[in-house]
Design a protein around this ligand. Sequence first.
Ligand code: HEM
Length: 480
Amino acid sequence: MSHPDSAADAPTDADVDAKADAAGADGDARLPPKLDAPPLVGNTLQFARDPFGFYDRLDERGDAVRYEVARQEFCTVFEPEHVERILVEENEKFVKAEMFQEAAAGFAEQGLLLTEGEVWRDQRVRIQPAFTPEKIRSYTDAMVTYAEQLGDRLADGEVVDVEDAMSELTLKILAKSLFDVDVDDRREVVREAAAALNARGDASGASAFLPDWVPTPKNRRFERAMADFEAMVDDLIAERRRDGSADADDADSPDDLLSILLTAEGPDGTTMDDAVVRDQMVTFLFAGHETTALALTYAWHLLGRNPDKLDRLRAEIDAELGDRRATMADLPALDYTGRVVDEALRLHPPAYVLFREPTEDVQLGPYRVREGTAMTVPVFKIHRDGRFYDAPDEFRPERWDSEARSASNSDRPEYAYFPFGGGPRHCIGMRFALAELKLVLATLAREVAFDPTYDGDPDLSMAATMRPDQPMEMRVRKRD
Ligand code: HEM
């Protein structure tokens, strides 16, 4: 990252700001407005103390706003057109922000989520065959079977931590579909690694801004947990190699993600190193497990608070499925189920903010954003912008009905809704996740409902994902 002020004779930030401000509204060089900040500490403490309030303040200030956290210049954008430019139209001018890479240091650095350029492109091409519609169809049996098993286990009147139950379910589904393993006895290792990653990424703790080599308790916990987790993944790889089923020519070999990782050749004819395979598995176990678990948890919360929507959901499931198990072929007809999923992801996008860094100066509308700025795209704010949504805080799956969409919402910009990101780096697991969310909801909702035992909406925290700050305890109500 190189700033204009890194060379001795270059203008300082203040010079550049003053010049840009002087350029005024008609000058292309205008920088986005900057949030006032105490000298030296910048906006760090304001942000750490109350990240939600901080984002509200930024939002009030404009569509693109600069500020300073941990001595790094940030810029947050709230305008869908800017988002589209960053993620899609000019995506080649951006990398995942260095600040984000630092926060994730020690976590799957060679995995698909964090690599860049040719290395990323080559990985994406190799991994894509694990996510074709045909492949996803082959995973749906595990999605429905495990959801049914959970439904059978739940007893009427019992109080369960729904996040925990969804987390166990989505991990089982993911591990079975992508790696063909049963993770029951290994769940603790995955859970501790996820918790440690979240604790370290938690924006409200000042240690989130310390480099990872500072031995804070959070960093030590993270290192221990990641070491255990990686050892577990190494065992899985070794098991697969030992079984001989990683051989691409073996007709009996499973062609799941793990075998693709072990056998797919890159342009130079070589396969991935074990260390890279391990980072990919760590990436997928995290990226594909917590996100879907949270989406389901929020969906149950919202349905628990809105019984009329649950009734409508059940009416659809009864009409479309009767006593049959749901399959992939049913998804197009499970229209309202899809709306519930879309609306839960709007109100509570698990990947709540995206990070990017321009590798050269870029123009966003009237503003110039300088190379090296840490840019954040707050999905969770844009998803509740009153310019694009009526009653933005309300759970209204109907807003996605096709008629409603064409009548009142046709002028909503595409990037006012992007729970899976956009452009070449959009979520590779999107189709997998949408199939899983709909099938799990349809399978469980016909049998059980969850009534929240707490009041109101849960407090949330900005960790690696946007997570509830409290146990999501809900009472199981079995259907008569
Ligand atoms: C509700 C569930 C999910 C949500 C909300 C979600 C969201 C996202 C978002 C927003 C991105 C883009 C990040 C960025 O642009 O910086 C992303 C990327 C990614 N997601 Fe997901 N995701 C979900 C489920 C999954 C699943 C099920 C998998 C795997 C099975 C997965 C694997 C990945 C990977 C590997 C990437 C990086 C892709 C790349 O950079 O090429 N995600 N996800």
